[in-house]
Structures are given as structure tokens and as C-alpha cells.
Design a protein around this ligand. Sequence first.
Ligand code: HEM
Ligand code: HEM
Length: 176
Amino acid sequence: MQVFNNYSKYGLFAKLFHWITFIALLAQVPFGFYLVGLEFSDQRIELENIHIIIGITIFYITVFRLIWKLFNPSPTESKSFFKGQILIGKVNHLLLYLSIFAITISGMLKKLYMGETLNFFFFKYGFEKDNFLLADAFYEVHIYANYLLLALVTLHILAVVVHHFIFKDKILNKIT
Ligand code: HEM
Ligand code: HEM
């Protein structure tokens, strides 16, 4: 299997980044919604810490993924069945990346403005002063960016289904 992308197919690393992120998000989104419904307890604090570790991991994976993409551009070969189709795909991908950053960075800022220190694996960091108003505002961003991600992923999967079954252009072969 080729390691780098070529004009028609994603390489091993791009595929790994895509499917590992998919599995992590599949767990993380429902986990987040489950977490907020729990009563305050030691177990809740522990689960929240796991949520944060997974979230920061997704953040790093997405940063590495974009650095990789910078040096190893995505496949360009695409059949266009209607005007603007390739552009719609590109915008969907861009917004998917942006929503992942909006979720992870707003989650971090919520905790930092609560006055907590976060473990970023390579270093620990905390703000000197808390600000509960900003913490609440970033938490709102965290929630709405999750809804945006869900909408974008739904569109993304619908597009793949349409390509696969209606246009029959074997789009899935690019990333599997
Ligand atoms: C959490 C869910 C998912 C996210 C966040 C996501 C995100 C992305 C992103 C950002 C790209 C663009 C990669 C690039 O070139 O930079 C992409 C490509 C792609 N994804 Fe997903 N994806 C998800 C789930 C899925 C699923 C479930 C499928 C299959 C049913 C799928 C099939 C594809 C295909 C076929 C491409 C290549 C599209 C093309 O180059 O024309 N994705 N995905
Ligand atoms: C892509 C990664 C992430 C996803 C998909 C995600 C998803 C979610 C969801 C769906 C909720 C529930 C929101 C609600 O309905 O109220 C939530 C809550 C939360 N998330 Fe995340 N999150 C991610 C990353 C992070 C990160 C990186 C942090 C912090 C560093 C974080 C901190 C929190 C906190 C503190 C809560 C609220 C728990 C509470 O009720 O106190 N999340 N997250």
C-alpha cells in the first residue's frame, strides 16, 4: 500500500488520520452528551478527564493531519457531475476541519477560563486569572460547534452514499 497520496488515491497516513479521527469522534460526541447528564461525583471528574485527554488527542491528530496534507496534497482526480460539485466537497472538508478545531479549542478555553491547569501531554498550562463569563461563552461555542460537526458529517456521509450508489464513481476506493 502506498504511503503518500497520489492524484487518484489517499495514501496510508491520510487514511489512518481519517479513520482514527472518525472512530475517536464516534466515541467522543456521545460521550460528551452523556457526561453533561451525570451528577457531580468523583467518577464524573474522572470521565471528564478522559473526555479531555481524547479531545486533546483529536486536536493533535488534526494538526499533524493538516501538516501532512500541506506536504502531501489530497487526490485531485474527481469526476464532476454538476457545476460546483468539487467546490462543495472542498468547502465541506474545510468546514469539517474548522469545526473540529472550534470544538477542541473552545473546550480547552472553557477549562482554562475556569482557572484550571490543562495537561497538553508535552507541557502543562493554565491561565493566571479565571473568567467565568468567558468560560460559559466558550462552552456555548463547544456545544454549537458539536451540532455543526454533526450536520457536516451527515452531509459528508450522504454525499459519499450518493456518489457510491447513484454516480457509481467508486469514491470510497480513494480512502479505503
Ligand atoms: C467523523 C466523521 C468524518 C469526518 C470528520 C470526515 C472528514 C473528512 C475530511 C476532512 C476529508 C477530506 C480529507 C482531505 O483531503 O483533507 C474526508 C474525505 C473523505 N471521507 Fe470522510 N469523514 C468522516 C467520515 C466518513 C465516513 C463514515 C465515510 C464513508 C462512508 C467517509 C468517506 C470519505 C471519502 C470517500 C473521502 C474522500 C472524498 C474525496 O476526496 O472526494 N468519511 N473526510
Ligand atoms: C473533538 C473533540 C471533542 C468533542 C467531539 C466534544 C464533545 C462534547 C460534547 C458533545 C459535550 C456535551 C455538550 C452539552 O450538551 O452540554 C461536551 C462537554 C464538555 N467538553 Fe467536550 N468535546 C471535545 C473535546 C473537548 C476538549 C479538548 C475539552 C477540554 C480540554 C472538552 C471539555 C468539555 C467539558 C469540560 C465539557 C462539559 C462537561 C461538564 O458538564 O462539565 N471537550 N464535549
